[in-house]
Design a protein. Sequence first.
Length: 178
Amino acid sequence: MRTAIRALPCAVGLAASLAILAPAEAGAPAQLALARYVALGYDLGDGFVSDTDVRAEVQPEERAALQAIRARLEEWGKYVEVVRSGDAELLIAVRKGRLVSLGGGVRTGRPGAGPIGTGPGFGAELSSPDDMIEVFDARGGSLIWRGMKPNGLSGAGPPLFDSFRAEVAKAEKSAKKP
């Protein structure tokens, strides 16, 4: 009986792993092949943040990676970048890997606003050490594709962009099948 109880977590973990892998084996989402308009931005842990929305949490390395991806998208010519995410079909977000990110400061409020918004502030975040590119459906916000890789956003031609481009090629090939 104890052996069966010990094996249960392993079986559940294996089933969950297979469920995660199944969509990837099913093929690339057709939306990657059919979309034309994209907006670029960042994933700061709580979803897509547009490149035009200036935030202190965005690291300089993330800005540089996004510029490299923008240049590669222009060279490729597959997608057209739009400024407003509401005009896009796909949202492409980058995130530089980090294990722990700490932040602090002093929040200030308006006089008479009470204790809300005043006093010291501190935040901590745990994340993956791998760099990441995510592609979201701009209409519904659902995740369509994610690539993760150590140092995947480094260099002028980020390796994760090459992975994304290969995934789009698979989607185009699948879309052409009768």
